[in-house]
Design a protein around this ligand. Structure first.
Ligand code: C2O
Ligand code: CU
Length: 545
């Protein structure tokens, strides 16, 4: 039944329309909706769009702040990964795993140049969500700060595992330009269930360039998007359809189903993270008006881009401005989802959230209140040109149909493990510029390909210019069905071993992940060996709450 339904859904998908312009369409254009729900909730317990108040993300405070001997400001934070409960459904509580037991986790917000030491404590014990997934002895963890050029031993290498009762201190320099990034679990072969159960949170680096251009404070609004499905008792249900992906029927923004946010009549900045483990979105405003893209995964774009819709894969971050000053008080503007091929859609997955425009005083002395800046910021990565590239490599993303295992150039993470972590897909020299062609060469799936360590520039898609909204620093490329995406980057800052993988997490876990080495000579010692350079330690700190 499920197989048939999926076949029907994808066959009639958005293929022909997918790359076309948008016009003033106001109807949902997702894949055909043939089914009510993936959740086993009763009608009474099933949430509906726009009945829940929007919740801002919680913020994490440092437990220690000081200046080190080199004059570098340092902030120390601690999060404890543990089980908890969340009020996602109006009528039932949901067991989750979260940083500090919260879903989504608490946001860390720092100034560029401030060093962060993040202690992650694993206190996950007992039977853990999702339903059907039993881990009586708790789960091992590895924490990745996605979008930050971390040293390999602090990069959440999948097998650098912190077991229950242990903790690890991750060191982040935060010396890259301002950006919206996120920390999430990356444990080998269980990243999908760990993130789905709640181990994900935003992390922001601020700087002068961004502050001079874009709204701040209450008008700078992080949004974490995810989709989920439930058992009848409120537990989350996990079904990745033979590792093809998980498509929930309930869309959450900051952990609430289809919330409504009140907005003043001015420009807002949204930082939209797609933390869904498989689903990609095609957001658009119900008014038909454009949004103004200002930043991509790695921070400010060279110039803002007005777009009516965009493809938004798991792990991608887009920052955009919406000008609510033109709407009459009482207007409801919905952020809707037109979906993309190879997603499974349900009754309400065409909705994301709503903004209710209110008649409240606006501070017009704040210059960002009605400004859409055109020129933003140049960056090293967006100044790269293909002529600088010393090597072109191809990464083929596909599934082995005999074994039902996803791979990159026929390599899986199990192959990396079997090689004693020596096998690499690429071995650029430190500071080398390379061009990589990312290619989905079988089955017509989409794969959000994430390259650790670097920011890259998307040079072309199938030989044509990239989409307007992706003309900024990126670390995830949406590689759509049968697409070839050419990316250009410099392997700078750090030598060592880094992962590269699909960010559809069931694909990553089974087993579409490999690694590359930067500036290493085979057989020579690696001072940043991610398995030995900074191992986790027994957690002897006092209980934190
Ligand atoms: Cu967001 Cu390697 O991951
Ligand atoms: Cu994939």
């Amino acid at each position: 039944m499920q197989i048939t339904r999926r076949g029907v859904l994808t066959a009639g998908g958005l293929g022909a329309l997918g790359l076309m312009g948008w016009g003033g369409l106001t109807q949902p254009l997702g894949n055909t909706v043939l089914t009510k729900s993936a959740s086993n909730l009763s009608d009474r317990n099933m949430p509906k769009p726009y009945r829940t108040q929007f919740q801002p993300l919680p913020r994490l405070a440092p437990f220690d702040v000081y200046t080190d001997d080199d004059g570098v400001p340092v902030e120390r934070y601690s999060v404890t990964a543990r089980t908890g409960t969340a009020a996602i459904l109006p009528t039932l509580t949901t067991p989750i795993i979260g940083y500090n037991g919260q879903v989504p986790g608490p946001t860390i917000s720092v100034e560029r140049g401030t060093k962060v030491i993040l202690r992650v404590r694993n206190q996950i014990t007992g039977i853990v969500p999702p339903a059907g997934h039993h881990a009586e002895h708790g789960l091992p963890l590895s924490t990745h700060l996605h979008g930050h050029a971390s040293a390999p031993e602090f990069d959440g290498y999948a097998d650098d595992l912190t077991f229950p009762g242990y903790c690890k201190e991750y060191v982040y320099e935060n010396d890259q330009p301002a950006r919206s990034i996120w920390y999430h679990d990356h444990a080998t072969h269980i990243t999908g269930t760990n993130v789905y159960s709640g181990l994900a949170a935003q992390y922001h680096i601020h700087d002068e360039a961004e502050r001079a251009l874009l709204p701040q404070g209450e008008f700078d609004v992080p949004l974490t998007l995810s989709d989920v499905m439930f058992e009848s008792d409120g537990r989350v249900r996990f079904d990745d359809k033979d590792h093809s992906g998980l498509w929930g029927d309930i869309v959450l923004v900051n952990g609430k189903p289809w919330p409504v946010m009140q907005v003043k009549r001015r420009v807002y900045r949204f930082r939209l993270l797609n933390a869904s483990i498989s689903r990609s979105y095609r957001p658009y405003l119900s008014t038909g008006d454009p949004v103004h893209m200002v930043a991509t995964d790695g921070g400010l774009m060279p110039a803002s881009q007005s777009v009516k819709t965009w493809r938004h894969a798991p792990a991608e971050r887009y920052e955009f401005l919406v000008d609510f000053s033109t709407y009459a008080p009482g207007t409801r503007v919905r952020l809707r989802n037109a979906s993309n091929p190879k997603n499974v859609d349900f009754d309400y997955t065409g909705e994301i959230m709503a903004f209710d425009v209110v008649d409240a005083p606006v501070d017009t002395s704040d210059p960002t209140w009605r400004t859409i800046p055109q020129t933003l910021a140049s960056s090293d990565v967006m100044s790269l040109v293909p002529a600088l590239s010393s090597k072109t490599r191809t990464l083929r993303l596909k599934r082995d149909d005999l074994t039902n295992v996803w791979n990159i150039n026929e390599t899986t993470w199990n192959d990396v493990i079997a090689s004693g972590y020596t096998k690499v897909l690429a071995d650029p020299a430190l500071d080398a510029v390379e061009m990589w062609d990312l290619h989905t060469s079988s089955g017509g799936w989409f794969h959000p390909l994430h390259i650790h360590l670097v920011d890259f520039q998307i040079v072309s898609r199938n030989g044509k210019a990239p989409f307007a909204y992706e003309r900024g620093p990126k670390d995830v490329a949406y590689v759509g069905p049968d697409e070839k995406v050419r990316v250009l980057m410099r392997f700078e800052r750090q030598s060592g071993k880094y992962m590269v993988h699909c960010h559809n997490l069931p694909h990553e876990d089974h087993d579409m992940m490999g690694q590359f080495s930067v500036g290493l000579t085979p057989g020579q010692p690696d001072p940043h060996d991610p398995l030995t350079a900074a191992p986790p330690v027994l957690d002897t700190y006092p209980a934190d709450d």
